[in-house]
Ligand binder design. Structure first.
Ligand code: LLH
Ligand code: MG
Length: 384
């Protein structure tokens, strides 16, 4: 079996979220948006699919890197193909990103699963057939009845508990919110949520990512008194030493790194230098499912949990195959956004959640996405 064709379909979608000037997601007016589907097909008629941002799969990237590495190769040689792409990143002039690697590698996994008629999480070695979810809020805003005040967070937390979420993570206010960041306001929001959900409900905080050490320390102390379960990314993650200092000075577990570059190498440094108590990986952050599994296993060797950043098919596959992660991150949630609405390019959601806060692992072969090929065909913007 050889890869015969690799192509990208860019198509129109509808979105009701927007990004601010720091890249945070917020509710917005309904507007046209775009998505891209990478398709890999073999000489014996098998296909694999994965979705990504059109910019990560633009013609230059497809022609100069993905096709050059993939065409004519056995799609089951995932490690060989991933290593070839990962090595090429250094000399790619920053064109080949971890996000591109992740989409390309996920399409290989999807192809393998479809060919073998098995879900990817089972190919990886199944551990569980469902996973509890935590509700992960959007960052704070200045919208009336949105996430503008500590009381708004408290009210929304009550809604999340009633919806079934098994834990809650707050993203609090960050620039460009006019008065943010504010340690005092973050602690007030965390206190309002604790008050709303009671003393035993698991809560986590992912606050402004650019606090100083002293600010991070003050905030960490505040939420450890409120019985929060983990403290995530309060400072720039490229300073491992700052996190080592924070972890040494606080009792609350420090989780990370989430966005720091360097894949498993960076996670290993954080664990070895005691910069974190819980490791962190997301398939889009580290270049795919394979490297995510390496990181989860690395953490396991240190008796450490490794919590998964973000949702979607790839992250679910990893969660289905590891034991050292407690929750699926479902979101980002906001009072104005119906997260249960199915995106038009799918026939059913990848992460439906029952009233007890459980997400079943998909039973479809491959990554398990129920792709609406008809919608995509009707809304093509370009193919390459
Ligand atoms: O800053 C943000 O908008 C969020 O932190 C976002 O990146 C989210 O993906 C996250 O960190 N989840 O854990
Ligand atoms: Mg985070």
């Amino acid at each position: 079996m050889k890869i015969e064709q690799v192509s990208v379909t860019v198509f129109k979608t509808t979105s009701n979220t927007v990004h601010d000037t720091d890249g945070h997601t917020h509710p917005g007016p309904e507007h046209d948006s775009t998505n891209a589907m990478l398709t890999i097909t073999t000489d014996d008629g098998h296909s694999g699919y994965a979705f990504g941002q059109p910019e990560s799969l633009r013609p230059y990237v497809l022609e100069n890197f993905i096709k050059k590495v993939f065409l004519g190769e056995d799609p089951m040689d995932r490690e060989k193909l991933w290593q070839a792409l990962a090595r090429w990143q250094r000399g790619s002039g920053a064109n080949l990103t971890d996000r591109t690697l992740a989409v390309a590698e996920m399409a290989l996994w999807d192809l393998a699963g479809r060919k073998l008629e098995t879900p990817v999480w089972k190919l990886l070695g199944g551990y569980r057939d469902s996973v509890p979810a935590y509700g992960s809020t959007m960052c704070g805003d200045e919208m009336k009845d949105g996430l503008a005040t500590p009381e708004d967070y408290g009210k929304f937390a009550e809604w999340m508990v009633n919806r079934g979420y098994r834990a809650i993570k707050l993203h609090t206010w960050m620039p460009p919110v006019s008065w943010a960041p504010s340690v005092k306001m973050d602690i007030k929001a965390c206190a309002a949520v604790r008050e709303a959900v009671g003393p035993d409900f698991p809560l986590m905080l992912d606050a402004n990512h650019w606090y100083s050490r002293t600010e991070a320390f003050e905030l960490g102390k505040g939420i450890q008194e409120l019985g929060y379960y983990w403290f995530e990314e309060p400072m720039d993650e490229h300073s491992t030493e700052s996190y080592r200092w924070l972890a040494a000075n606080l009792e609350i577990p420090i989780l990370g790194p989430e966005y720091a570059y360097g894949k498993f190498h960076t996670r290993a440094e954080w664990i070895a230098t005691k910069a974190c108590d819980i490791s962190r990986v997301g398939v889009a952050d580290v270049g795919g499912i394979g490297p995510s599994m390496k990181i989860a296993h690395l953490a396991e060797s240190f008796n450490m949990d490794c919590e998964i950043h973000g949702g979607g098919a790839g992250n679910l596959a990893v969660l289905g195959a590891i034991h050292n992660a407690r929750w699926y991150e479902r979101g980002l949630l906001h009072p104005f956004v119906d997260f249960d609405e199915v995106p038009e390019y799918l026939n059913s959601p990848i992460d439906p959640m029952d009233d007890d806060g459980n997400i079943p692992l998909p039973t479809r072969p491959g990554l398990g996405e129920d792709i609406n090929f008809g919608y995509i065909a009707d809304n093509v913007i370009s193919t390459h």
